[in-house]
Write a protein that binds this ligand. Structure first.
Ligand code: XMP
Length: 509
């Protein structure tokens, strides 16, 4: 397996994901973790991640000397390389005159195992302010760019490599090959990590973590919590109880459809609670999206808490948190800027005094879908688009009323139905309708109308962190618009959103 030492880069989980794409297991630990803990199961290779600091900062995270004592291949990426160079004499790192951000061309100047099968000239993604001024004695330069005489190095005394660029991001043309070379060829690891082995090892881990305890799990109707609950059910059987809450802002028929799947197909132990009145009462008159999120988050906790207090003896709370939820909510040192507060991270376990189980915390969405398939969850369900915890409330861009929820549910159901029947549903990452706080004039028959406008949104994306608007066919859009205006009384105009993320976000609020 591969040990990734974390120096705080926003790309760390991408490194992990690339390693898993090579079917090799990996774990991320803090840069200063005690390596002795791995003596019974030594890693087959170590990757030192990038990081936001400069090695010359007074409190910069230091290189752990013991890494080299393990005698396994090492790859330093960006900060990881600089930390190594800074530590090994007479290496030194300094602020570069020309910072390098974005695409750069590297030239391989010495053939080596890391770049096996890769052309001499290729494009990489750089993101650094510092560069190496003096190389440690044992390092040779193996690649350079116009701005950085040291773009990649190899230690001639041992299998230690370093790259100044980020092989883990998609913009590095041969990044996947470079990491493949490191993991499979230089470390010589075989590909044993598959969704099936993830299921086996996670079930084992859940059993260890839960002990004899009882676990409560919130189900949202989405892929993540369903996969998490199915894993838990396999691990601990009836010591699991799932709670599925109707917050009044779910999609059309979702509360009943999803319950059916949970109880009939997946045989999960589910307690379904219809609290839509309570949620909609509390949302009355509220237009501010962050307030909506807070109200839904807090009310959910309250309803969940009540449902649980009718049972007893729970020791753990399970959540289907994924990696993108984690990075958008926290950062290496203290909280990062809150763009939108996603309510599914934090809050609950402290209040309820329960230990947290997050079996999917290291995975990306597409990996969760593969795990779901290995658990025999129906394909249709696994392919469902992500749906935000605050549901339709943040797609009604004004105060939330029952009538607006109903209009939006109807319009959304038509859009999704048409996407499916035109075989477009799986080609977009997420699609939904938003109800704009605008009314416009229309004419139907001989009557003047003055009704709501809806926006259609559809995006393509890999992980939701960046997204492009989907170029859906005009004929399709025409059909959807026509059906919505004719079938949903109260809506007389449909527009299509052509903004990408960034600078827009996927949701409108
Ligand atoms: P944005 O709008 O931030 O959305 O580009 C990225 C992804 O996150 C979902 N989203 C949320 N999910 N609680 C959630 O559980 C929220 O408050 C929330 N806001 C946005 C959004 O649907 C998209 O998939």
């Amino acid at each position: 397996w591969i040990l990734i030492l974390d120096y705080g880069s926003q790309y760390n989980q991408l490194i992990a994901r690339r390693i898993r794409e090579n079917q090799v297991y990996c774990e991320i630990h803090p840069f200063d973790t005690d390596l002795k803990q791995f003596s019974a199961r030594p890693p087959g290779g170590i990757i030192l991640s990038g990081g936001p600091m400069s090695v010359n900062d007074p409190d910069a995270p230091a290189f752990n000397k013991e890494v080299l004592d393990l005698n396994v291949p090492v790859l330093g990426i960006c900060y990881g390389l600089q930390a190594m160079a800074h530590h090994l004499k007479p290496g030194s790192v300094s602020n570069a005159e020309k910072r390098e951000y974005g695409r750069a061309k590297i030239s391989v100047i010495k053939r080596n195992a890391l770049f096996a099968g890769i052309p001499d000239e290729n494009t990489v993604w750089m993101s650094h302010g510092d560069h190496i001024i003096h190389l440690p004695d044992s390092f040779d330069v193996i690649a350079r760019t116009d701005n950085a005489p040291v773009a990649a190095v190899k230690d001639h005394t041992r299998p230690v490599y370093g790259v100044q660029f980020h092989p883990e991001v998609v913009h590095t043309e041969h990044g996947r090959d470079i990491l493949h070379n490191f993991v499979r060829k230089i470390c010589g690891l075989k590909g044993y990590w598959t969704p099936e082995s993830f299921v086996d090892s996670t079930i084992k881990r859940i059993r260890e973590q839960a002990g004899d305890g009882k676990v409560i799990c919130g189900l949202s109707g989405g892929v993540d919590s369903t996969v998490a609950a199915t894993l838990l059910h396999r691990a601990i059987g009836d010591r699991l109880l799932c709670v599925f809450v109707n917050n009044g802002v779910l999609r059309k028929n979702e509360f009943s459809d999803v319950q059916h799947l949970y109880t009939e197909k997946l045989k999960l132990p589910v307690k379904a609670v219809d609290a839509s009145d309570l949620f909609l009462d509390r949302l009355k008159g509220v237009s501010d999206p962050e307030k909506k999120r807070k109200i839904i988050g807090n009310t959910f906790i309250e309803v969940f808490d009540n449902a649980v207090s009718e049972e007893n003896g729970f020791t753990h709370l399970a959540q289907g948190t994924l990696y993108p939820d984690v990075i958008e909510s926290v950062s290496f040192r203290g909280p990062s800027v809150t763009i939108k507060s996603h309510h599914n991270v934090g809050g609950l376990p402290e209040k309820m005094n329960l230990k947290l189980l997050e079996p999917l915390r290291e995975l990306f969405k597409d990996e969760v879908r593969k795990v779901g398939a290995a658990l025999d969850i129906p394909f249709d369900f696994l392919g469902r688009h992500p749906f935000p915890g605050p549901g339709l409330s943040i797609r009604i861009l004004s105060d939330v009323t029952r009538e607006k929820v109903r209009l939006l549910q109807e319009a959304d159901a038509i859009y999704i139905e048409e996407l499916r029947s035109h075989n477009l549903y799986d080609s977009v990452w997420q699609a939904f309708v938003v109800l704009l706080p605008v009314q416009s004039v229309g004419v139907m028959g001989d009557e003047r109308t003055y009704e709501f406008v809806v926006g259609l949104r559809a995006v393509t994306s890999v992980d939701g962190m960046t997204a492009d608007w989907a170029h859906l066919p005009y004929d399709f859009l025409a059909k959807v618009s026509n059906r919505i205006i004719n079938e949903v009384k109260g809506i007389n105009r449909v527009v299509y959103d052509i903004s990408s993320k960034p600078p827009a976000t996927i949701e409108w609020e």
